[in-house]
Design a protein around this ligand. Structure first.
Ligand code: URP
Ligand code: ZN
Ligand code: ZN
Length: 574
């Protein structure tokens, strides 16, 4: 089959040439593998020099930035966004302009969005649709993943064209959203096999969609219609089972797998266990800013708007110890990356699900605040060091999606996507000051140490003095080649996982190993919920190691949550 790519809008010259010489002095450079004092010189959007001031003669006419007391870090890479995405009867309100502007404001300079073909739709047509939406609007560079939302010979053929001609190296399959995107195991296996043949990376949304559909029906029949029904229908083990199954399916066809949005403790453990089982080869996991910065108790708030604003899938977990647990997994290489899954809807959209939680459009914010949340809950909390922060917010994603070292590193030759990060000041997150196009922020009121004071996108200063000055259309599409060495060199046994940096010199950050994890101890921290039919019959909720009589939601106490008495499911909401 031949294919002629559709023309893509060119970036106007006046936007390409802005601010072409910048010198950042007196800062502390942080990469995933080390931290050192150095100056950074940039010309035409590329880093030309990183080193001591004594080794460079800076030419005249240069914009000088003094980074004394600041860190100079690679711009964040958010590998998981859904801008302008039609989902659940609404279109997400952060389009490619508002979404990438919010990203840059928060220190993220590359995003990877998902092309989501409808069932029966050509993947290539969907790809061009996404390009036509994104190219004129993006304020920073971006790449695309493609959803394999149905399976056929046409899909298989198009995947080859996407990989070989259109810059795609990753595909997402869904084990949930029954009747919409869900693939059965047989189609999953065929897709995984094809992805392996093409040298790409498989991504999976891991939740058991059949269980969810059954549970949702039972809950609605029993009168549980509010947002709290969402997490009740998709419990921890429903996610953990799917993570386990996905890892085995992928391993059976030797396909590398990246599990997106790992939200629950037990799902995180399954992912880390699979990494250890397969000697850190070919299994990778992402968690979300949402999972690290807030929790599912909000979905039980008696204000419908507040509760619905926190609905995404897999759900935020009501166990309030989940965020710290997920951060520890990131610290120990049980998980490798953080995304946002930014998919924002406003009040009127969320209200589509009033009276039926299955109709609440799924999605939350995160693209702007991901870096600050990971710093606050990771580095400031003493769980991550600054190098690991850079790894899980930027470098690991660059390696896994084959953007490294163009992205994800402060080094000569890399793109000048740079954040001057001040760890000594704070900012308070609020919907009133954020740059999103949405009316709610799930991190409202969080005080974050760590502020992206200056943000450069390919050498262009886009954030300074609290002002965000982006240029619509300045971002470029990043063609991502297949066979990223960080994955395929290891998978094919060319280098041991510990040495998989892609250039044979030092260990990389994506295959480091989970040796230090004590799985027995971790497992003891997980509380499993009882089956939903049991819960509907009784208010006693004596599960796992933390047995306590509780509400059917599994909550010990939540301010504003409904008061459960036996199986009475009434709650008054504003
Ligand atoms: N996660 C979510 O709730 N919305 C976006 C779609 C997806 O990633 O599954
Ligand atoms: Zn998903
Ligand atoms: Zn998503």
């Amino acid at each position: 089959m031949s294919h002629s790519p559709k023309p893509v809008k060119k970036v106007p010259l006046h936007l390409q040439s802005a601010q072409n010489r910048v010198y950042i002095k007196n800062g502390q450079v942080v990469n995933d593998d080390g931290m050192f004092k150095a100056d950074v010189y940039i010309e035409d959007g590329i880093i030309k020099f990183v080193g001591p001031a004594s080794e460079i003669n800076v030419p005249g006419g240069v914009r000088v930035i003094d980074a004394t007391g600041r860190l100079i870090i690679p711009g964040g890479i958010d590998p998981h966004t859904h801008f302008q995405f039609e989902f659940g009867g609404a279109v997400s309100v952060d389009d490619f302009y508002h979404g990438t502007r919010a990203a840059v404001a928060g220190g993220t300079t590359t995003i990877i969005d998902f092309v989501m073909p409808n069932k029966g739709e050509s993947l290539i047509d969907a790809y061009h649709k996404w390009r036509s939406w994104a190219d004129p609007k993006v304020c920073c560079d971006y790449a695309l993943h493609v959803g394999v939302t149905w399976w056929s010979k046409l899909v298989s053929d198009e995947m080859k064209i996407l990989c070989q001609e259109l810059g795609i190296n990753s595909y997402k399959m869904f084990m949930a959203y029954k009747g919409l995107y869900q693939l059965n195991d047989s189609d999953m296996l065929d897709s995984l096999e094809r992805i392996r043949e093409l040298g790409a990376l498989a991504q999976v949304h891991a939740e058991n969609g059949d269980i969810i559909a059954k549970n949702a029906g039972k809950l609605l029949n029993a009168g549980v219609t509010g947002p709290e029904g969402h997490e009740m229908s998709r419990q921890e083990e429903v996610e953990a089972e799917a993570v386990h199954r996905a890892c085995i399916l992928a391993h059976q066809v030797d396909c590398p797998l990246y599990v997106v949005h790992v939200m629950g403790k037990s799902a995180g453990i399954e992912l880390a266990r699979a990494r250890r089982r397969y000697n850190n080869r070919g299994i990778y996991g992402e968690t979300l800013a949402a999972a690290l910065g807030t929790d599912g108790t909000h979905c039980h708030n008696n204000c419908f708007h507040h509760a619905a604003a926190h609905i995404l899938s897999p759900p935020l977990r009501s166990d309030p110890t989940t965020p710290e647990f997920m951060m520890r997994l990131l610290a120990n290489d049980g998980l490798q990356t953080t995304g946002s899954d930014n998919c924002t809807f406003n009040k009127e959209h969320k209200e589509l699900g009033k009276g039926n939680f299955t109709k609440i459009p799924n999605g939350v914010n995160g693209v702007e605040d991901r870096m600050s949340v990971v710093w606050e809950k990771g580095v400031h909390a003493g769980i991550l060091d600054p190098c690991r922060f850079v790894a899980v917010t930027s470098t690991n994603a660059a390696k896994l999606f084959n953007l490294y070292p163009q992205k994800g590193r402060i080094a000569a030759g890399s793109d000048a996507d740079i954040v001057v990060w001040n760890p000594n000041v704070t900012r308070t997150i609020s919907k009133d000051t954020h740059h999103h196009n949405c009316d709610f922020n799930i991190f409202e009121g969080m005080v974050c140490h760590g502020v992206p004071e200056i943000v450069l996108v390919r050498g262009r200063v886009c954030v300074e003095d609290g002002n965000v000055r982006v240029a619509e259309g300045f971002g470029r599409f990043l063609s991502t080649p297949v066979r990223t060495p960080y994955i395929y060199d290891v998978l094919e046994g060319k280098v041991p996982a510990e040495q998989s940096n892609g250039d044979g010199k030092a260990a990389g950050g994506v295959n480091g190993g989970v040796k230090s994890l004590n799985f027995d101890a971790l497992q003891k921290e997980v509380t499993y919920q009882k089956p939903i039919s049991h819960t509907l019959l009784s208010s006693a909720y004596d599960v796992g190691s933390q047995a306590k009589p509780q509400s059917p939601t599994g909550l010990k106490h939540v301010d504003g949550a409904r008061n459960m008495q036996e199986s009475t499911f009434s709650i008054s909401r504003k």
